[in-house]
Design a protein around this ligand. Sequence first.
Ligand SMILES: Nc1ncnc2c1ncn2[C@@H]1O[C@H](COP(=O)(O)OP(=O)(O)OP(=O)(O)O)[C@@H](O)[C@H]1O
Length: 237
Amino acid sequence: MAPDLLTAENLQSGYGRIPILFGISLSIAEGEFIGILGHNGMGKSTLLRTLMGHIVPTGGSIHLAGRDVTRASPAARSRAGIGYVPQGRQIFPALSVMDNLRVGAAHQSPKQAKAIIDQVIEDLPRLKPILSRAGGVLSGGEQQILALARCLCAHPKLILLDEPTEGIQPSIIEEMKDTLKALARSRNLSILLVEQNLEFISDLATRVLVIKRGQLSGEIDPAKLHDADLAGEFLPA
Ligand SMILES: Nc1ncnc2c1ncn2[C@@H]1O[C@H](COP(=O)(O)OP(=O)(O)OP(=O)(O)O)[C@@H](O)[C@H]1O
């Protein structure tokens, strides 16, 4: 069994005085692909934002490869190996695809950055013909691939992926599934995927955790998500 890469213990966080996460404990092993399911507003994005450091936890702890990063800034977590692809992608619309990638690789030396970007473009060949195009004119699917690529440019060990299929056409969803599988294998990435597309999560994740009102309420066999009755429980209301 691979060692744990990230461990969260009794994690609590929220917005201002409003608590949203009420004590989440989970661990992700090296190379493990975990899915998080839950209805709208249950705290899935808040969990990812807290793990990335965009929200400071009010309680609990986060360790990455044994190192306490509970209070570390997002930039420090990125350097330590956590990558984040937020919901809605948030690429830089006025920058070219290439410049978006350069921003992702900003904390590498110029030589390292070039090598990393070249490798990312090789792994995500759809980007090759559009490198000089502005991020803002890309299709939703292309933007999602760019957001993933930009995250890879920081050379993460763990990727936090928030609803990557939202608003994306089916052919690109299939492509993204294959790309994520291949990347996870070739780079031994750990991935924490928040998703409402049950087929997507079922095909990728080896473990699926359910979040309910800011707490993990159980675990579900990914294969069972193809079962319409069981799956119906987790579809958006
Ligand atoms: N910036 C914010 N300020 C205040 N409350 C927020 C903020 N962002 C989210 N919330 C609230 O926190 C709760 C959890 O939201 P979160 O986005 O984590 O849910 P989610 O499970 O990811 O849902 P969705 O699938 O709709 O994205 C919701 O009640 C939401 O209204």
